[in-house]
Design a protein around this ligand. Structure first.
Ligand code: NDP
Ligand code: HSE
Length: 445
């Protein structure tokens, strides 16, 4: 029997993820060789500083600062350095040298994915990126392979662990945003600069990747509508709880039908990330702590949910190694790599033109005529009211003097987002409305 050629694996990066990838590659060499159909040799690890202390105890001679030479001699290049450059240049170099690429770099794929996938197509190589969305959870391969004969209607994902940790603790313990964020930073869930997570840049990158894959459409990052969670305070969470909802930062990727401007099929897509009200009985409501989950609604398969660790060095390394095995199999079997499809190239509808239902919470004067004024503004704005709940603070004396305050929680039927936004602006400008406390979309109802 002819021995299969050994495959040379180059690793770029030995941080939280890279050090675990290297450790597992060496520790599970026999199982990986069985699955891949060839032994995998870790031939080097490119880092910035070869003398830096490392999480995993790996042979010192594997480290190098010469990434270019390492890439040039590799069959498979694993990029776990992060950032846009030099990661982009190195991946293009690897593809041009005939290597397959495995990457966990969501920022890079959401920004330069088209260029990288085109380069891979030209040489018939694979760029695999299971770890780029939702860490350890298999979601890229299910969307691309398992559901290849199905059509995805909608994806709702909790794809950022940091924000889920924050919102979950606020919900379960009644804590404030700043307090939980500080603790998340102390525990290492949140970065010292939490902007990428709390302002939903990270989730938007993952949404762009999921939507591109699910809808055979190239979704640029700037087409993803993005709202973070910094305006979600303890009062908003409490009001959501009383109404039977939990607040989650959701990445929503949706196929829209019957769109007048979307010839010839009438289909378009919407990709958006925002904090939303999720009914407590929805499976996504029970995703706690820093876990991630992706809920997929498919035409034939129905509803599916993928759940687990969305980050962490060893968890993410697990997803990276699955991709390494796929890439290795292609080297063993030959033939072209798995290409990205943009065949549908559906139009991406801006947020103002989609329809959502939402819950608007207002702090208003508790005096005659206010409810009628508010209802009138909603009616003029073409926004239909589904439910209204009022809580009043202040006694008869306060009401007599005009000092009493009421909270109105208005649930709307589905309405055009632009109409909702204009209506909320008019409500905010009305003298009887002291404050628009929150406006949250309802998803998964
Ligand atoms: P780290 O910051 O922990 O590690 C980065 C590694 O890359 C370090 O070893 C660093 O070298 C090396 N590196 C950075 N720049 C260069 C360069 N120019 N040349 C050579 N080496 C370089 O990152 P993570 O391991 O946390 O993340 C890696 C990737 O995985 C990112 O794209 C991230 O988004 C993604 N990811 C991470 C998850 C996680 O939980 N950490 C989860 C999902 C995805 P040195 O050590 O010498 O400084
Ligand atoms: N910052 C990300 C999160 C890491 O909190 O989920 C994984 O991409």
């Amino acid at each position: 029997m002819i021995e299969p050629r050994r495959l040379r694996v180059a690793l770029l990066g030995a941080g939280a993820v890279g050090s675990q990838v290297a450790r597992l590659l060496l520790a599970h060499a026999d199982e990986l060789a069985d699955r891949a159909g060839a032994p995998l040799d870790l031939v080097g690890i490119a880092v910035r500083d070869v003398d830096a202390p490392r999480e995993a105890d790996l042979p010192r001679e594997l480290y190098t600062t010469d990434a270019d030479t390492l890439i040039a001699g590799a069959d498979i290049v694993i990029e776990v350095t992060g950032g846009l450059e030099p990661a982009r240049t190195r991946i293009l170099h690897a593809l041009a040298s005939g290597a397959d690429v495995v990457t966990a770099n969501k920022a890079l794929l959401a920004t330069h994915g088209s260029e990288i996938f085109d380069a891979a197509d030209q040489v018939g190589a694979t760029v695999a990126y299971e770890a780029a969305v939702a860490g350890a959870i298999p979601i890229i391969r299910p969307l691309r392979d398992s559901l290849a004969g199905d059509r995805v209607r909608r994806i709702m994902g909790i794809v950022n662990g940091t924000t889920n940790y924050i919102l979950d603790r606020m919900d379960r313990e009644g804590l404030g945003f700043d307090e939980v964020l500080a603790e998340a930073q102390r525990l290492g869930y949140a970065e010292a600069d939490p902007t990428a997570d709390v302002e939903a840049y990270d989730a938007a990158q993952k949404a762009a990747i999921l939507a591109s894959l699910a809808f055979h459409t190239s979704v640029p990052l700037d087409a993803v509508h993005r709202e973070g969670i910094t305006s979600v305070d303890a009062g908003v969470i409490e009001a959501a709880r009383k109404a039977g909802y939990v607040v989650k930062l959701l990445a929503v990727c949706e196929r829209l039908v019957d769109q007048p401007d979307a010839a010839p099929t009438g289909e378009a897509i919407s990709v958006r990330v925002y904090p939303a009200l999720v009914p407590r009985e929805h499976p996504l409501a029970s995703v706690h702590g820093a876990n991630n989950a992706v809920f997929v609604e498919a035409e034939a398969a129905g509803d599916l949910m993928f759940y687990g660790a969305g980050a962490g060095g060893v968890q993410t390394a697990s997803a990276v190694l699955g991709d390494v095995v796929s890439a290795a199999r292609r080297h063993v079997a030959g033939g072209p790599g798995v290409g990205e499809s943009t065949r549908a190239n559906l139009p991406i509808v801006p947020i103002g033109r989609i329809r959502t239902s939402c819950q608007v919470t207002l702090e208003v004067d508790d005096k005659p005529g206010v409810l009628a004024t508010v209802a009138g503004i909603l009616s003029d704005g073409n926004v239909s009211i589904a439910t209204v709940e009022q809580t009043t603070s202040g006694d008869a004396v306060a009401r007599e003097s005009g000092d009493a305050v009421a909270h109105l929680v208005i649930g709307t039927h589905t309405a055009r987002e632009q109409d909702l936004a204009d209506t909320v602006e008019r409500l905010a400008a009305t003298s009887a409305v002291r404050r628009v406390v929150s406006v949250l979309r309802v998803e998964g109802d």
